[in-house]
Design a protein around this ligand. Structure first.
Ligand code: PRP
Ligand code: URA
Length: 209
């Protein structure tokens, strides 16, 4: 069964309040999404495999631990997921980045696929799917199904704001995928928007609408 982790660190909650504010402009929105993503990356990478090494210090031999070099892939769901990539790469700069293009049809709320480009060895990598919003869950579910079809075996989902409906749908469809999220909000409205949420993440990141 999926583990759902709410990242309720004070810095994350403070920054989340900034991006929820309808008066926050695109420049600040982008910067703060990147900062939150770095903070969440710290939590998501907590279980990276480690190995024992001996390091010669100027004074003696220290028994240390280093990351084993298990490969990572960060996969944003376009467009809004792009806003989270640089923040994550700050902590794991060697990760490869794949892209999955999906948009929600505004009337049916069903995700429509338009792009998929993944690292060739995706089946060997720990994959972190990023998208700020988990609303109905349709986009995340489809993106993860596409990844599994390409051979990915170890997948986590990282978002900023979720609706309870999206959490339920994603954990039901992909119970092997752990979820890391900064906030679980109240509900979806009749247009499939998260309430109170933060609005349309892609539009706010890129200044479109
Ligand atoms: C948003 C968001 C998610 C999706 C969430 O993308 O970034 O991908 O909606 O909704 P769901 O859980 O109901 O599928 P959108 O379709 O607006 O595309 P965009 O990122 O290109 O703006
Ligand atoms: N996509 C968004 O960007 N915001 C929502 O509230 C729901 C889906």
């Amino acid at each position: 069964m999926s583990r759902v982790t709410e990242i309720n660190h004070p810095l994350v909650l403070h920054k989340l309040a900034i991006i929820r504010d309808k008066n926050t402009g695109s420049k600040e929105f982008r910067e703060v999404v990147e900062e939150i993503s770095t903070l969440i990356a710290y939590e998501v990478t907590r279980d990276l495999a480690m190995e024992d090494v001996e390091i010669e210090t100027p004074v003696g031999i220290a028994k240390c631990k280093t990351i084993t070099g298990k490969k990572l892939a960060i996969v944003p769901i376009l467009r809004a997921g792009i806003g989270m990539v640089d923040g994550m790469l700050k902590l794991v700069p060697a990760a490869k980045v794949g892209h999955i293009g999906l948009y929600r049809d505004e009337s049916t709320l069903q995700p429509v696929e338009y792009f998929c480009k993944l690292p060739k060895d995706i089946e060997e990598r720990d994959v972190i799917v990023v998208d700020p919003m988990l609303a109905t869950g349709g986009s995340a579910i489809d993106a993860i199904s596409m990844l599994k079809k390409q051979g990915a075996k170890s997948i986590k989902f990282v978002g900023l704001v979720a609706a309870p409906e999206g959490i339920k749908a994603l954990t039901t469809k992909h119970p092997d995928v752990d979820i890391f999220i900064a906030a679980i909000d109240e509900k979806l409205n009749e247009h499939g928007y998260i309430v109170p949420g933060l609005g349309d993440a892609g539009d706010r990141l890129f200044g479109t609408k």
